[in-house]
Ligand binder design. Structure first.
Ligand code: SF4
Length: 727
């Protein structure tokens, strides 16, 4: 392996370029520290167009986790009550293939499910789609992107005709007004936020509006923080539209030439005067007017959103409501403006391109579209009708399928559903019932490996070469810089070897990930995400490249829709009239608080990597619950005292952090802690699985809870913890 390998940070969807170099060889004067496993050096890649050398703490410490608690070789067991035993790859792959074959022959392809992740590289995703949706004839491939940004996908498709964020990061430095809704970018997308914040500081005319029930580090630096009540986003967005219409601050020419269904929309928002909406949202009418004023007075408005919008039982409607504002004001397809979804996972975008959700096919195609299925059947040389015309099981449907016994073979790749799915006790019970579960992961243990019959060791970031796409459609080759640990293999290679054992060898004769990628990009020809001009070799020699990047023609990829034509039947973007139904589980006298969940700056997802990095553990040593001082007073809770949080589904316990950062009647818990990292601290023990009807993304951001102090007040009012009373 050579010096200074260029790659991409494998954490969030910002997709910062990294340069990795080998650890220094221990010198003669080896001290205790130098005898530890040497750590690869990492720094930001100044040449990467998205990050220009910047990294956050996660990217800067990534190499510290690559040797910790790795899964080195395949392991198997007959039942979950037994210990694992080491097995050879041949024995394990034979077992996997024979089990899959017998389920397929007995119950059909739809009894087989794979649950993947935005950590997978594009090549891993592609081989999985070809195996499941193509050869096995089941669309039961879903990924944890379902929990993250499937509402953004559905919203883009409904409003603009296709998925694909139309903006680029340069717009962060070109905008006059950034409207951040449901995103704590300062902590969750730090380098995007750095770029925006620098622009905001340097240009006093630039306005920053943040919509969030919490006063997050993002909201702290905003010109206007709208701390709306959870679930009232659509009311707010419609009210801004109401004002823009009333003031005539709309782009009539754009509306007439480039959009449809405007009059329905204009009629629908007539019911959203700020005076009516303010009370529901829990903010003042004046603040709604100020937000509308900032929007209307800005030449270029960029909106940014993430899980706070997407993880909702009306996530798609929220996305469409936001896009409506851009259509109303013509703020799309030009520098510094547009609706910009920030993706969570490093390759969530790649997963979308390659069809990595249960209703999608590669190349931004859909399983429900006959022509799209036909394209794939021809390309994969499969018989007509092989690809099913209905969506496969989503993340939550996999769980209900385990409950009913319809799912008999579950293959989990690079994700940790035993922490990240909602209603965790139900999830764990379903996983326990699973007749056969594979966990294919780089790390062991994870909370999910406790439910596996087979563990397949995956090569991780840095040990395999593959492609990832970030939020601004920039495609980066992530080059391997060291061999896989133990017997670990690339995910695509493991799946291809199973496919060969199932008799599909001719379709999986790849000898490198570059070959897999070359095959995939052919499926993007003339699609919105055309990448036919890309290859591993080109990306290695030229660096990261943005799509669309066809092999013919001259396309400027920075922004989509610069010609103001949209990939809909009539070429027009579509207004969508949306009305809020509110939270799926609103608070009530028994469960009077709204629990909202989120992320912290240092940690990533379920801590599989970041929980193993000392610096990050010190930053965020334990979970907590944020409670407003007014609520804390009512509950008799002091700062740092332990409380029990109960929902209709489960309980969890946290020390209280009393802060005005959270609105009254709302509490906040970070989602990073599973049972391996802290006892009874799982945010998702409390959440519910009710989902958006369009995107099928669960409402992980809000559920009703009650809070009980775990401190027993004695007669003299001194505090004694429960653990002292009930050891
Ligand atoms: Fe990695 Fe995201 Fe941090 Fe960039 S902002 S270094 S991609 S975690």
């Amino acid at each position: 392996m050579t010096d200074n390998i260029k790659t991409l940070c494998p954490y969030c969807g910002v997709g910062c370029g990294l340069e990795v170099s080998p650890p220094a060889a221990p010198g003669k004067a080896a001290n205790q520290d130098s005898l530890k496993t040497p750590i690869w050096k990492v720094k930001g890649d100044r040449a990467h167009p998205s990050s220009k050398g910047m990294v956050c703490v996660k990217g800067a410490t990534i190499t510290e986790s690559i040797d910790c608690d790795r899964l080195h070789y395949p392991m198997v067991r007959e039942s979950l009550n037994q210990p694992f035993r080491r097995a050879s790859w041949d024995e394990t792959l034979d077992l996997v293939a024979s089990r899959l074959k017998s389920v397929y022959e007995k119950s059909g392809g739809d009894a087989v499910c794979m649950y993947g992740s935005g950590q997978m590289q594009t090549e891993d995703y592609y081989v999985a789609q070809k195996l499941l949706k193509g050869c096995l004839g089941t669309n039961n491939f879903d990924s944890n992107s379902r929990l993250c940004m499937s509402s953004a996908v559905a919203g883009y498709v409904q409003s603009l005709g296709s998925d694909g964020p139309p903006c680029c990061y340069d717009d962060l430095e070109l905008t006059d007004c950034a409207f951040i809704i449901g995103a704590n970018a300062a902590e969750c997308h730090p380098i995007v936020f750095n770029r925006l914040q620098k622009h905001h500081k340097r240009n006093p005319h630039v306005k920053l509006i943040v919509v969030d029930p919490r006063c997050t580090p993002t909201a702290e630096v905003a010109d206007l923080h709208l701390a709306i009540a959870p679930g009232t986003d659509i009311d707010l967005l419609n009210s801004i539209a109401y004002l823009l219409l009333r003031w005539g601050e709309i782009d009539k020419g754009f509306i007439d030439e480039c959009t449809s269904r405007f009059s329905d929309f204009a009629a629908a928002v007539q019911h959203y005067s700020p005076q009516k909406v303010a009370k529901r949202c829990g903010i003042s009418a004046a603040d709604i007017e100020l937000a509308a004023r900032y929007w209307s007075k800005s030449k270029r408005v960029l909106s940014l959103w993430s899980q706070g919008v997407n993880q909702s039982s009306e996530g798609t409607a929220k996305v469409c409501s936001l896009i409506n504002l851009h259509l109303l004001t013509g703020q799309i397809g030009k520098p510094g403006s547009g609706p910009f979804s920030l993706t969570g996972q490093p390759n969530a975008m790649g997963g979308r391109e390659v069809g990595g959700l249960a209703h999608l096919l590669p190349g931004y195609r859909s399983v429900s579209n006959e022509r799209h299925r036909h394209d794939l059947e021809q390309f994969w040389q499969l018989p007509p009708g092989q690809i099913k015309p209905y969506p496969g099981r989503t993340a939550w449907d996999i769980i209900t399928g385990l409950e009913t016994g319809e799912v008999q073979f579950l293959w989990v790749v690079a994700t940790n559903p035993a922490v990240s799915l909602p209603d965790l006790e139900r999830v764990k019970a379903a996983l326990w019932r699973s007749p056969f579960t594979i966990c294919q992961d780089a790390y062991y243990p994870t909370e999910t490996t406790a439910y596996a019959h087979v563990l397949l060791p995956a090569a991780q970031w840095g040990e395999k070469t593959g492609i990832m796409t970030n939020s601004e459609r920039v495609v980066t080759l992530c080059s391997a810089f060291r061999p896989p640990v133990g017997e670990a293999k690339a995910d695509w290679d493991i799946m291809a070897q199973v496919a060969k054992r199932l008799g599909f060898g001719d379709k999986f004769a790849f000898t490198s990930s570059a070959q897999v990628y070359d095959e995939f990009v052919q499926l993007t020809r003339d699609r919105p995400c055309d990448m036919t001009g890309l290859s591993h070799e080109k990306l290695l020699t030229e660096g990261a490249i943005q799509w669309p990047c066809p092999d013919k023609g001259n396309i400027s990829p920075k922004r989509l829709y610069t010609d103001l034509r949209f990939p809909t039947a009539d070429g027009r973007a579509k207004f969508t009239s949306c009305h809020s139904r509110g939270l799926a589980e609103p608070p009530d006298p028994e469960y009077p608080f709204v629990l909202t969940t989120g992320r912290l700056y240092g940690h990533w997802h379920t801590q599989t990597r970041t929980g193993r990095i000392d610096k990050i553990k010190q930053m965020h040593p334990e979970p907590f619950i944020e409670i407003h001082p007014r609520d804390a007073r009512k509950l008799g809770i002091a700062d740092n005292e332990w409380v029990e949080v109960r929902s209709r589904r489960g309980v969890a316990q946290f020390p209280a952090k009393i802060t005005k950062a959270i609105a009254p009647n709302t509490v906040f818990v970070p989602m990073h802690w599973g049972y391996l990292w802290a006892e009874k601290s799982e945010a998702n023990a409390l959440t519910h699985p009710i989902s958006c009807p369009d995107s099928l993304q669960p409402e992980l951001k809000a559920c009703a809870v009650q809070i009980v102090s775990l401190v027993v007040k004695t007669a003299d009012y001194s505090s004694v913890s429960l653990s002292q009373v009930h050891p």
